[in-house]
Design a protein around this ligand. Structure first.
Ligand SMILES: Nc1ncnc2c1ncn2[C@@H]1O[C@H](COP(=O)(O)OP(=O)(O)O)[C@@H](O)[C@H]1O
Ligand SMILES: [Mg+2]
Length: 247
């Protein structure tokens, strides 16, 4: 039963938006799993269904068909209230707009996840500080989001996605607003933390250069998985070859 060991598993997942002539099959019968301590990239052209897939993995969107399991739990079988709580405890998000609370400092933004989960203990507050320091934000703990650069905000978002020790961490285009150097720093540290802490990480990205930090690349086109690349040499080649850049 290797499958049950996956921290996250999508089984025959389909999402159809709209009905009749207007129906869009955004995700079409997709299955894959991610183990604890494994970091994967979800790539594909714009409109291929990546964000829709991520939203279903996060339990923010219900599949039209199929099942999403987090640590063996079928999210669709949970009541709305339980799902919200489950999501808060088991999943970490670092989404594109990163959504930091503007009137909270960097440290308070991370601590917010602890408050939400009723784990706002002294020990965890120390961990929040240590995580931000680890992410290079030692001098920025007391700064508000508007006082931070794009890369610094992204790193706060990553700390917030990891502080509550989730099974699964999801990032949608975490490097969208960053220059190459910052993008590399952010994803390299994200990968390190995922591997070290044994989270199951999924990053949606347009930038195939960022694939050099992941263990597996899952490519989607028109809602379907077209390629899965897990050979390190092949991933490296893909990340190094600009022909593969999307858009
Ligand atoms: N809320 C929605 N209602 C209708 N169609 C949508 C909605 N969100 C996305 N789509 C469509 O679903 C497809 C996949 O979109 P999306 O998941 O955003 O892809 P990606 O993140 O790869 O760009 C696209 O054709 C898009 O236009
Ligand atoms: Mg998208």
């Amino acid at each position: 039963m290797r499958k049950e060991k996956d921290a996250l598993r999508a089984i025959d997942v389909t999402k159809i938006y709209g009905e009749g002539d207007m129906a869009v099959r955004a995700v079409d019968n997709v299955s894959f799993g991610v183990r604890s301590g494994e970091f994967i990239a979800l790539v594909g052209p714009s409109g291929s269904g990546k964000t829709t897939m991520l939203a279903m993995l996060a339990g923010l969107l219900t599949p039209t068909e199929g099942v999403v399991k987090i640590a063996g739990n079928n999210m669709n079988e949970l009541s709305e209230a339980k799902r919200t709580r489950f999501r808060g405890q088991r999943i970490g998000f670092a989404f594109q707009a990163s959504n930091l609370v503007p009137y909270l400092t960097a440290l308070e933004n991370v601590e917010l996840m602890l408050r939400i989960n009723d784990t706002y203990t002294r020990k965890n507050r120390v961990r929040a500080r240590e995580l931000l320091v680890r992410l290079g934000l030692e001098e920025r703990l007391k700064n508000y989001p508007e006082q931070l650069s794009g890369g610094q905000r992204q790193r706060v978002a990553i700390a917030r996605a990891l502080i509550h020790e989730p099974d699964v961490v999801l990032a949608d285009e975490p490097t969208a607003s960053l220059d190459t150097e910052r993008a590399n720093e952010v994803v390299a540290t994200f990968a390190e933390l995922i591997h070290e802490q044994g989270r199951a990480g999924i990053m949606v990205t347009h930038d195939l250069r960022m694939c050099k930090y992941v263990d597996r690349v899952v490519q989607m086109v028109d809602g379907q998985i077209t390629h899965i690349i897990s050979e390190p040499e092949e991933i490296e080649r893909m990340a190094a070859n600009s022909e593969f850049q999307m858009e």
